[in-house]
Design a protein around this ligand. Structure first.
Ligand SMILES: Nc1ncnc2c1ncn2[C@@H]1O[C@H](COP(=O)(O)OP(=O)(O)O)[C@@H](O)[C@H]1O
Ligand SMILES: [Mg+2]
Length: 370
């Protein structure tokens, strides 16, 4: 899929912008604080309805305005879809072909994106919730069933936690009701575990190859870490193990007043030659691992959803030496993949990789194509 047009009204430092993008590489060049990340963020919000920015505040509406609009035209093969998001201080509205869409789950997946930002170092360094969040966003884009199941899981989790507190305080409460919730929760948990495992296995198919192509180093893999150990990820194995764990730890969970086992406690890490990159990798290696992870996701999205996702890469060249910058560009020059890149400069970039690219200059909330 491709984003062919973007227009913004009162979005951050853009009062009005209309641009057309090309099907391959689009590069936004500009000094700091000119609006490069803001442009990328607008496309992320158009795709996912939420910003990817860490510490994001709802203040994406231009200062002193009360409404902002993001509109985009998306092309999938020959089909054209118009997506729109309108945000006021009070609410957010989603439109597909000018029709108001009530449920976010009906909106998401019209535009699939893979985003890389400098904040992504948190994927290596940050808490497990950052990594779970990434898995959830990616799986939700390619599987509406995942998004649905994940939401149901969270509702059941909340109910179960509340009921554990009730049981703790009230000894005539019905313990059978807890079993009913637990069984329902296990059903959803199995699905989530299986999807995440399948996804990480798919990432690993190309991950090491891509990492080697950019960094020159081999021996990297993503390791899925569940907080319950499973010998296998088939339905019965997971179900039996969870049933056993919940039974065995009933008193512990009762005392904590919460569910301490399940995919809401999942994690993964990057393993480079049997070391966790979090503790042994340089910042450059960590950045390359995350970039390689994201590039590995392209073919998974394509296989599962039928369309190539749009690749959004914010400030990708910083901290990369000349050789790696060019290797990276070579890698993302994939025929049917649209990429949208931001950078402060194109110094030392081999012209042959950006020959057909659209290059935009970003200056103080204005965008001009070169
Ligand atoms: N709600 C807003 N209204 C107006 N300007 C904003 C708003 N939010 C952020 N900005 C401005 O956007 C600029 C930063 O843009 P950004 O896209 O992050 O820059 P960069 O080009 O370095 O990626 C800053 O000048 C900031 O003041
Ligand atoms: Mg920026």
């Amino acid at each position: 899929m491709k984003v062919t047009k973007i227009n913004l009204i009162n979005f951050r430092n853009y009062s009005k912008v209309n641009i057309s993008l090309c099907n391959n590489m689009n590069i936004f060049v500009g000094d700091n604080a000119q609006g490069k990340t803001n442009m990328l963020e607008a496309i992320v919000i158009l795709a996912l309805t939420k910003s990817h920015r860490i510490g994001f505040n709802p203040n994406i509406i231009m200062f002193e305005k009360n409404k902002c609009k993001i509109n985009g035209t998306i092309k999938k093969n020959k089909i054209i879809t118009k997506l729109g998001i309108e945000i006021t201080e009070k609410e957010k509205k989603h439109f597909i072909n000018n029709n108001l869409i009530k449920r976010v789950s009906d909106y998401i997946s019209n535009l699939n994106v893979i985003v890389f930002t400098p904040d992504d170092l948190e994927i290596v360094k940050g808490s497990p919730s950052v990594r779970r969040n990434l898995l959830n966003i990616q799986l939700s884009q390619i599987s509406s069933e995942y998004l649905k199941t994940y939401n149901e899981y969270n509702k059941l989790l909340k109910t179960r936690n509340e009921y554990l507190k009730i049981l703790f305080n009230n000894n005539i409460a019905d313990i059978n009701y807890l079993d009913i919730i637990t069984d329902k929760l296990i059903e959803k948990a199995i699905f989530i575990y299986q999807k995440r495992k399948e996804y990480i296995d798919l990432v690993n198919v190309n991950f090491n190859k891509i990492f080697k192509e950019i960094s020159g180093t081999s021996g990297i893999a993503v390791k899925y870490v569940t907080n319950v150990d499973f010998l296998d990820f088939d339905y019965e194995t997971i179900r039996k193990k969870l049933k056993h764990i919940f039974k065995k730890n009933y008193n512990k969970e009762l005392n904590y007043g919460m569910t301490i086992y399940g995919p809401h406690r999942d994690d993964f890490y990057f393993d480079l030659l049997n070391n966790d990159l979090k503790y042994f990798g340089s910042q450059g290696q960590q950045k390359l691992a995350i970039l390689s992870f994201k590039i590995s996701e392209i073919s998974i999205f394509k296989e599962i959803s039928g369309y190539s996702p749009v690749l959004l890469l914010d400030d990708i060249f910083s901290e990369l030496d000349i050789k790696k910058r060019n290797r990276l560009l070579k890698l993302i020059n994939i025929d049917d993949v649209q990429s949208i890149i931001t950078t402060t400069d194109l110094k030392s970039i081999n012209k042959k990789y950006i020959d057909n690219a659209y290059i935009f200059c970003v200056k103080n909330g204005q965008i001009e194509r070169k």
